[in-house]
Write a protein that binds this ligand. Structure first.
Ligand code: ATP
Length: 241
């Protein structure tokens, strides 16, 4: 079932068009990886999907409902949850309080404190700990748990591994793989690590100067084609992959 459908989306900053004619669908249980070099338009796309940045034209449809012009205050209730780059948590609140606040402000559904702890077991021993004292990886898990507590239909994850140690990244992706396995949420993931993006995503889109220049299953596309698209190289040019 298509959960998120994006059609001919355009978005920008003043006269600069940062997202050009972008279209894709994501099904429930599917992970779409968004890759591209700095300035390719990934963050603008993300913020537009999260309705915090206005679309210039095109449509964003969530589970059949047009959310393109939705007021940002209606985002969480509509089923879009974003785990932003740099996660914004209430650091003087405990993990439990962070999760509960999100639950109170979100939709009701299968995600409750017990089910979130099942999915993200790393959080269970931390429930009464102040969030400000956690490691980067633990905070990121709280940010994901908080997003889940709103019972999203679409989970947007923007560079969630940024600044984490390799061990923390491994742990985080294990938890995300568990979520993916449940099959009820569509995920859109911006990930700078190409190998990681290829491994975790069912499909990848590669952006260059605001456009999608490559779209497909990572195994079918192959690392070389993805790397070339990432750097904007014409087919056949040599790259050190
Ligand atoms: P990065 O990986 O560096 O975050 P990105 O792929 O997310 O890059 P965007 O941040 O969406 O790309 O930037 C796309 C284009 O829009 C770039 O040319 C950038 O300079 C421009 N841009 C981004 N944010 C703004 C802004 N607030 N005002 C003006 N131009 C912006």
């Amino acid at each position: 079932m298509t959960m998120l459908a994006v059609n001919n989306l355009m978005a920008g900053h003043g006269l600069l068009t940062a997202v050009r004619d972008v279209s894709f669908d994501v099904r429930a249980g599917e992970v779409l990886g968004v890759i591209g070099a700095n300035g390719a338009g990934k963050t603008t796309l993300f913020r537009t999907l999260a309705v915090v940045h206005p679309a210039q034209s095109g449509t964003i449809t969530l589970d059949g409902a047009d959310v393109t012009r939705l007021a940002p205050s209606r985002r969480v209730a509509s089923g879009i949850a974003m785990v932003p780059e740099g996660r914004r948590l209430f650091i003087d609140m405990t993990v439990r309080e962070n999760l509960q606040v999100a639950g109170e402000n979100g939709r009701s559904g299968a995600w409750t404190l017990p089910t979130v702890l099942d999915a993200l077991p790393v959080l269970a021993p931390l429930l009464n700990v102040l969030t400000g004292g956690l490691s980067g990886g633990q905070r990121q898990a709280v940010a994901i748990g908080r997003a889940l507590m709103s019972n999203p239909k679409v989970l947007l994850l923007d560079e969630v591994s940024l600044g984490l140690s390799p061990v923390a990244i491994e742990g985080l992706y294990e938890q995300l793989a568990g979520l993916k396995g449940r099959g009820d949420t569509a995920m859109v993931v911006v990930e700078q690590d190409l190998d990681r993006a290829m491994e975790f995503s069912d499909r990848v889109i590669c952006m260059l100067e605001g456009r999608i220049v490559l779209d497909g299953q990572p195994q079918t596309l192959g690392k070389q084609a993805i790397t070339e698209a990432y750097f904007g190289l014409a087919h056949g040019e040599m790259v050190d992959a």
